[in-house]
Design a protein around this ligand. Structure first.
Ligand SMILES: Cc1cc2nc3c(=O)[nH]c(=O)nc-3n(C[C@H](O)[C@H](O)[C@H](O)COP(=O)(O)OP(=O)(O)OC[C@H]3O[C@@H](n4cnc5c(N)ncnc54)[C@H](O)[C@@H]3O)c2cc1C
Length: 474
């Protein structure tokens, strides 16, 4: 029997597992799906219970199967949202349930066997027999011929906001997505969110739903907040206006001049910048690959924040809610930098240097780190990532983003050699692809990777669950 282990059952791991199970060559496959949290399909994004946390992609583009774009819309209509339309922005918690069902259905009709393994993978060792031994926390383990890493998004980098005791204390929330993180936020006191992007908006909405009295302050260097989609979400495709081979695609300044010109020109076509961003999106992976490294760095330093608020838009309903919260003074967005946070009695005193001059002092009950997930995996505490890097089975991706991977997600090891048996999917591939974190890209990767993992026929020698590796049983 052949065996594949998928580590991580967020959206990426679940979509990959479903693809493997549905593959025509899946008969006889033994598929391990390893996840440290309960359930499958949720991960960070879709485990929220908040009804106000909506998908930031319309339902038509969230199907698990790009070849069947209506699949998610039909699923919504057949149960939880009878009135769903292609342009609906569904609650994210429903999407987690959808993915779980996609997986269950795939397992039922497959000639392969799916085994959920609840636990954290902490190490992978390549045996001389062509089998990987995946070590799990607590000493268990499993063996598989091929392994796919779907480790997803990592907690944000720790910000130097105050003294070590403040940083470790109850008035600082280092990761807004950690289970129960917002339970620490006092209901009656103002709160400061560090970050003004998607996570900050999610937290502001979650706090409002919990009856937080506010106000919620949010600060980031530029104070940029994601734009909402236009109400006519699904519009005819905008013509392609730039591609990776174009001369201006070699320099980030030329590229973005071209984008701005196109946005100005879009009015003449009865469109606006939304269409331009949509047209650019399928080109992003190619453009990123063709940019010299220095130009990619320039993008990260100067352009990324502006790109993010146009590319990662929020549902019109969310945009409206944010607008109302700001108008009512419940949400106050500032451009600036937190200079320091000091615990004082039952609160925190915060000093902020405002962009453009001046300062602002606040007294809040709690400070929440809402900055982006950490992408430099040399800095994360994740035991499996540390083990892969230290064992030389993986190396950091270009610009230190994610892990280095080849065309189909094969890991590149410390010597620069592509693995034929160890792969990555989803946000881990950011360094090579940049545009790799959302479902429209992940589902394509899942389809291709499933074919690669099974395409060669055998996915490795015999599979077996190993006895306790600490006892040397493997
Ligand atoms: C708040 C938020 C909202 C988003 N909304 C959208 C949206 O509306 N539309 C869209 O297209 N994209 C959205 N995204 C982008 C998102 O990255 C992808 O849609 C997708 O959820 C990524 O899934 P993932 O499985 O790669 O990562 P994750 O969701 O991070 O899942 C990774 C999983 O791996 C598990 N894991 C990690 N390490 C181990 C280990 N060593 N052993 C066992 N298990 C492990 C984790 O517990 C986790 O369940 C959103 C992202 C976030 C953070």
């Amino acid at each position: 029997m052949t065996a594949v282990a998928v580590i991580g059952a967020g959206a990426s791991g679940t979509l990959l597992a479903a693809r493997l199970l549905r593959h025509p060559s899946a008969d006889g496959l033994r598929l391990f799906l390893v996840e440290r949290r309960p359930g499958a399909g949720r991960g960070v994004a879709y485990s929220t219970r908040s009804p106000g946390h909506l998908l930031n992609v319309p339902a038509l583009n969230m199907s698990a199967f790009p070849e069947d774009p209506g699949h998610f819309v039909r699923w919504l209509r057949s149960g939880p949202m009878p009135g769903a339309r292609p342009e609906t922005f569904a609650p994210r918690r429903l999407y987690g349930a959808y993915l779980e069902e996609v997986l269950e259905e795939a397992a039922l009709s497959s000639g392969a066997t799916l085994e959920y393994v609840r636990g954290e993978a902490v190490g992978i060792e390549a045996g001389g027999d062509g089998v990987f031994r995946v070590r799990l926390a607590g000493g268990r383990g499993l063996a598989a011929g091929r392994v796919a890493l779907a480790l997803g998004n990592f907690p944000p980098r720790s910000l130097p906001l105050g003294s070590p005791s403040f940083m470790r204390g109850p008035r600082h929330v280092p990761d807004a997505w950690a289970p129960g993180a917002l339970d620490r936020v006092p209901e009656e006191a103002p709160v400061l969110l560090v970050g003004t992007s998607l996570t900050a908006i999610d937290v502001a909405i979650a706090l409002q739903e919990r009856g937080h009295a506010g106000p919620v302050y949010a600060v980031s260097r530029r104070g940029l907040v994601p734009n909402p989609y236009r109400p006519d979400v699904i519009s005819p495709p905008y013509p392609r206006f730039v591609s990776p081979g174009d001369p201006e695609a070699a320099r980030i300044s030329c590229l973005f001049r071209r984008v701005r010109e196109e946005a100005a020109r879009a009015g003449g076509r009865g469109r606006d910048w939304h269409g331009v961003v949509e047209a650019l999106r399928p080109e992003v992976q190619g453009l990123w690959a063709s940019l010299p490294e220095a130009e990619r760095r320039r993008f990260l330093r100067h352009v990324q924040p502006y790109w993010e608020v146009h590319r990662h838009r929020v549902a019109p309903e969310v945009g409206e809610r944010v607008r109302a919260m700001r108008e009512e003074g419940r949400l106050v967005v500032m451009a600036g930098r937190v200079r320091c946070c000091r615990e004082a009695g039952r609160g925190v005193e915060v000093e902020i240097s405002l962009r453009g001059g001046g300062a602002r002092s606040l007294r809040v009950g709690c400070v929440v780190n809402c900055t982006a997930p950490e992408t430099d995996l040399r800095r994360v505490r994740h035991p499996l990532v540390r083990s892969l890097l230290s064992e030389g089975l993986a190396r950091p991706g270009p610009l230190g983003l994610g892990l280095d991977t080849g065309e189909e997600g094969e890991l590149i090891d410390a010597r620069g050699e592509a693995s034929g048996r160890l792969y990555a999917i989803g946000p881990l591939r950011k360094g090579r692809l940049w545009e790799t974190i959302a479902i429209p890209e992940i589902r394509e990767q899942a389809a291709r990777l499933a074919a690669v993992l099974l395409g060669g026929g055998a996915a490795g020698p015999s599979a077996r669950l190993l006895p306790d590796l600490r006892r040397g049983g493997g």
